[in-house]
Ligand binder design. Structure first.
Ligand code: NAP
Length: 459
């Protein structure tokens, strides 16, 4: 795939980039390794000062960074601005909290016959981060902020369609005061990931992306015996039960499905509704989806912009057409509009059956699958009948049902009467084919650390 910035609202190429070659890859890995040796010794205070400066730069440059992301991948300007602000918040969160998250942890010295015993957290070295285009700043920042605060160095291979955001990130941390080379962008295609990950100086990798990319990176890392964190796809269920506030559920469902133009790993994708409230929910949800403004992502009133890539709009079109051909009912949307840009309208598809692609595949666009169930047992069984296990939403005011949903939904996160969202304060990650490992909170910063046991005996 060519490395290029292409405007999804028009299909026009903004700028093309040349992939870097072997001498440059070698130089950047060498630099990352060399800088690590000094950076790992810097105090948390020194790192925090630079991380806060990165947050300040993001705040100051919010408007232009948001416009850059909107031009490259089509999210609305409002969503892009919110993403920049969230990244600044994450930088400050880890600037404030890293020292505490990675403080020495005392162990029971008496029990192990020591005078002193504890766990200390040490950085590992240069880590490769392979990142997707859908939240081009946030996904990369979820790795970069904790990794740099822990004392690791980072090599970013970003998605080929967001090179401008990738280059911005490559400069940001140096401008903020981190040593030059502590965080670098490698403008390379996915074929060169193996070259970088098999380099002995690169100690670990994190990927946010598709299942296929996850399997490939895990295979290389397995052969090389290197640690990985994988944040992959999702097909999150959204359960609606009779005791829920149906109007509130339908409103949140609309946002949960169409945020980021429908291209979010934790978007709710399968709406599983109790038969007693199915008709009410379906009517309200369909009305909300149909009322969304689709169009120019830079325009103030736009709710849903174009999909980021032409292939994306083709995939979604084929998934909906497949469902329609096999007997599903399209309650709204379902037709790709004529004209330039990679637009697909908010769509609700009902009466989905297991033979349809939508039943088993992730739909990466503003298309909701609606399912009717007889009771909570059936709802949970259907929610779990997927290879994915990223997030799950459950709407119920009944405390027993809330407890059952929390315990029985097979996912990395369950949000009750709300929408699955990432927060700096909460661990984020999946199970099953949604990946493994955690980002954010204390769990995220420890993923790329050596939890070193120290045992001290004697007098
Ligand atoms: P993708 O094709 O897997 O691309 C993601 C990144 O992986 C890009 O940098 C891509 O590079 C690279 N890549 C692709 N194939 C590779 C391979 N075989 N080996 C090494 N690197 C490879 O994913 P996408 O379709 O653009 O992104 C959407 C997917 O990401 C969805 O499934 C979504 O759910 C998932 N996602 C998950 C999370 C999470 O936190 N769990 C968050 C956001 C998105 P090129 O661009 O050069 O191909």
């Amino acid at each position: 795939m060519a490395i290029a910035s292409v405007n999804p609202a028009t299909g026009e190429t903004i700028e093309e980039f040349t992939e870097i070659g072997e001498p440059e890859i070698e130089a950047r890995i060498a630099r990352s390794d060399e800088v690590f040796r000094a950076h790992r010794r810097d105090s948390y205070d020194v790192r925090a000062k630079a991380m806060r400066r990165a947050a300040d730069l993001l705040d100051a440059e919010k408007g232009e960074v948001a416009a850059m992301m909107t031009a490259e991948m089509g999210k609305t300007l409002a969503a892009a601005g919110a993403e920049v602000a969230k990244c600044a918040r994450l930088c400050r969160f880890y600037a404030d909290r890293a020292a505490g998250f990675l403080a020495d942890e005392p162990a029971d010295a008496d029990a192990v016959g020591a005078r002193k015993a504890y766990v200390r957290y040490e950085p590992l070295g240069p880590v490769l981060a392979v990142m997707p285009w859908n939240f081009p700043l946030w996904q990369a920042m979820r790795f970069a902020a904790p990794a740099l605060m822990a004392g690791n160095t980072g090599l970013l291979k970003h998605a080929s369609n967001v090179p401008r955001t990738a280059l911005y990130l490559g400069d940001l941390f140096t401008r903020a005061g981190f040593p030059e080379g502590a965080f670098q962008t490698l403008l390379i295609g996915s074929k060169l990931v193996e070259r970088v990950l098999s380099d002995p100086r690169v100690v670990a990798a994190t990927l946010t992306g598709s299942e296929g990319a996850g399997r490939s990176i895990a295979a290389i890392a397995g052969r090389e015996l290197k640690k990985t964190v994988l944040e992959l796809g999702g097909s999150d269920p959204f359960l609606v039960l009779p005791s829920a506030d149906i109007e509130a559920a339908a409103k949140t469902a609309t946002t949960a499905r169409t945020q980021n133009n429908g291209q979010s790993c934790i978007a709710a994708k399968r709406f599983i509704v109790h038969t007693d409230v199915y008709d009410t929910f379906a009517a309200a949800f369909t009305a909300n989806m149909a009322a969304l403004q689709v169009g120019d992502p830079t325009a103030a009133g736009t709710d849903v912009g174009p999909l980021a890539q032409e292939q994306g709009v083709r995939d979604v079109t084929e998934q909906v057409d497949d469902a329609r051909a096999r007997g599903a009912r399209i309650l709204c949307g379902g037709e790709r509009p004529a004209g330039p840009g990679w637009y697909y309208p908010p769509t609700v598809v009902a009466e989905i059956t297991p033979d349809m692609r939508m039943y088993r595949e992730e739909v990466f666009g503003p298309v909701a699958g609606l399912y009717r169930v007889a009771d909570l047992d059936q709802a949970i069984a259907l929610a779990n009948a997927t290879p994915f296990g990223l997030g799950a939403n459950a709407w119920t005011d009944d405390e027993d049902e809330q407890r059952r949903c929390a315990a029985e939904l097979a996912a990395g996160a369950v949000f009750v009467n709300g929408m699955v969202t990432s927060h700096p304060e909460l661990p984020f990650g999946g199970i099953k084919t949604s990946g493994y490992g955690r980002e954010l909170a204390h769990s995220g910063i420890r993923e790329f650390c050596n939890a070193k046991t120290v045992w001290v005996g004697g007098g």
